[in-house]
Design a protein around this ligand. Structure first.
Ligand code: G4P
Ligand code: NA
Ligand code: NA
Length: 199
C-alpha cells in the first residue's frame, strides 16, 4: 500500500537492524487519515471473506482495527493482555511469548464477544515473530469460530512470523512488507500476490 510505504520512508526510524520505530503515526501519535485509508484497504482486500467480526490486541492494533470495522460494518473486539490470570470460565485465554521482550503474557477475550458462527478477521500493527497473531487465532479457534484472514500493517518479512502463519494455512494480507532494515535503511519486499506471479 503506497500511502503506508511512503509514510514509512518519510517518518520511520530504523533502530539497529531489527526494529522500525513508527511513533509519529502508529505507536504513539496516530494519523487518523492514514488509519482511515488502511481500514478501507483491509475492507477491499477482505471483501469476499464473509467477515462478521474483527479481533485485534491492545494497544496499537486498536486504531487500524476500528477503522477496518467501520469500513466493513462489523464489530471490533480487542484481546486484553494480562500478566497472569486466575482461571475465569467466561474468558478464552491464550499464552503469547514475546521474543522481543522475553516474557509471556496471557491474552484474553470474553466468550460473549466471540461466537462459533463468527468469521473473524485478525488485525495487528506489526508482524514479527507471529506470536501475537497465532495467539489471537487460537482464541478464535477455542470459540469454534473461523479465522477468515490476518491483516497486518507492517510485516517484517525477514522475521519468522509471516511464514509461520502461512504454514498454518491462514490467509495473510500485509499492507507493507519489509525485506530488511540493514544499515539504517528500510528495504521493502514486493506484495506477496505480485511476487507469486514470478515464483
Ligand atoms: P510477535 O507478536 O510478532 O511475535 O512480536 P514480538 O513479540 O516480537 O513483538 C512484541 C511487541 O513489539 C509487539 O507490540 C509488536 O507489535 C512490537 N514490534 C515488533 N517488532 C516491531 C518493530 O520493528 N517496530 C515496532 N514499532 N514495534 C515492533 P506490543 O508489545 O504488543 O505493544 P503495543 O504497541 O501493541 O501495545
Ligand atoms: Na501490536
Ligand atoms: Na507494538
Amino acid at each position: 500500500m503506497k500511502l503506508l510505504t511512503d509514510k514509512i520512508e518519510r517518518e520511520g526510524i530504523v533502530l539497529g537492524n531489527n526494529v522500525l520505530k513508527v511513533d509519529s503515526f502508529i505507536n504513539h501519535q496516530m494519523d487518523p487519515q492514514l488509519m482511515n485509508e488502511i481500514g478501507l484497504e483491509f475492507a477491499r482486500r477482505f471483501k469476499d471473506a464473509g467477515v462478521t467480526r474483527i479481533l485485534t490486541i491492545e494497544s496499537s492494533g486498536i486504531a487500524p482495527a476500528i477503522m477496518a470495522g467501520l469500513a466493513m460494518n462489523v464489530p471490533v473486539i480487542f484481546a486484553r493482555k494480562r500478566k497472569s490470570l486466575t482461571l475465569t470460565s467466561d474468558l478464552y485465554t491464550s499464552t503469547v511469548y514475546s521474543f522481543t521482550k522475553q516474557e509471556s503474557n496471557e491474552i484474553t477475550v470474553s466468550k460473549k464477544y466471540l461466537l462459533k458462527e463468527d468469521r473473524v478477521l485478525i488485525i495487528d500493527d506489526f508482524l514479527a515473530n507471529g506470536q501475537a497473531a497465532i495467539g489471537l487465532a487460537d482464541l478464535v479457534e477455542q470459540a469454534g469460530a473461523e479465522v477468515s484472514g490476518i491483516g497486518i500493517l507492517i510485516e517484517k518479512s525477514f522475521q519468522p512470523g509471516a511464514d509461520e502463519i502461512l504454514k498454518k494455512g491462514y490467509r495473510l494480507e500485509s499492507l507493507a512488507r519489509i525485506a530488511s532494515l540493514q544499515d539504517g535503511k528500510v528495504k521493502f519486499a514486493a506484495d506477496r500476490e505480485v511476487q507469486s506471479i514470478y515464483s
